[in-house]
Design a protein around this ligand. Sequence first.
Ligand code: ATP
Length: 415
Amino acid sequence: VRIEVLCTGDELLSGATADTNSPYFMDGLLAQGERVSRATIVGDDRDAIARVFGEACARADVVLVCGGLGPTSDDVTVEALAQAMGVPLVEHAATLARLRARFERVGRTFSDNNARQARVPQGAQVVQNPVGTAPMLVLTLGGCTAFVVPGVPDEYRLLVQDEVLPRIAAVGSASGTRNVVRVRLLRTIGLPESHLDAKVRDIARAHPEVGFAFRTVAPENQLKLWVCAPSAEAAERLLEQVAAQCAAALGPHLFGQGEAASLPQVVLTGLEARGHTLAVAESCTGGCLAEALTALPGASKVFWGGVIPYEARLKTAWLKVPAALIDAQGAVSAPVARAMAQAVRASAGSDWGLSTTGYAGPGGGDAREPVGAVYIGLCGPSGTSHERHVFHGDRERVRRFAAFAALDALRRHLG
Ligand code: ATP
């Protein structure tokens, strides 16, 4: 099925609003084995919308139009579509009655402007919108079916999910072109996107029938594999084979597969599988580690708690890190990170102690360490280790990367 998207609205062209509606539709389509071949954005200009709509209908079997269905004079989409179809606007009595009743129910005055939303291109099929005032329209122009939905994201999503996607699935089945799509998300850390690409390039070349898409969700780099096949079994088989090859190429950088396998979740699951527990001592991350872990249901089974000895004196008072060690080595140093991890483990009585100490910036740093330097200490059943990282970027980025690097250190030790 050839499918196009047409979004209307000046706010989408001025940068005031990003088009987040279309990706929602595209995700849903992909799950049905279909893809959009072209997406266009046009401002609130009746002639431009009419022209682009006509062109899209000439190319595609299905066009999804969104936005500009409101009651105000800058909402011109419906007029533009009627113009492209060469038909007049007519009043849709059932929609008008429904709008009047809705206004009455909430005690609002019904105006001529509101009545505009009941005017539809002659011949349109009207689908009621259960959460808003503008109805969805189904139009035909030549051999193309157009679905017209409001731009308000809540209304858009509901109508796309309940009304548009099932209708497109029916078009696909009727034309016998339906395929099954299966997607696998591979999640890596500590590997720049270009390196990730290089590691799997040969596998991608050997499997042109598999889609490879890269995405950064800092500090992760993700690889989405997708296949489109005539049956679910064939799609799964191919995906399994290619994912296994990628996993071998990515080695320990691959920390999980699938939407649910976030790094904090993988760490919690790893601890739980071993019956182990964790306590943390956070300096530069200031609670980010504890936040990432406690955000997950079931964290209390393995995460016992943490301290934030931000000031050097509290590293001594709370964790007994010798003041002389801090003076001699600096608060941002390997010996201090190790001492913090050992102390928090001993004081909590947990299996693991994990610590962070670093310069998040933008100021700070000292003669020994620059802004962005972070030490991670890890103390567990078989001893103590540490890592040094230097992260670039603003304060928020350094703190986030530091927290994830600490979780990743623990994940790799859990094996
Ligand atoms: P309404 O009936 O409420 O007027 P509408 O169909 O006229 O709906 P618009 O006026 O174009 O929709 O947009 C309504 C809201 O939805 C605005 O806040 C707009 O920024 C947002 N919106 C419109 N299109 C998109 C889009 N493609 N992605 C994300 N948000 C959008």
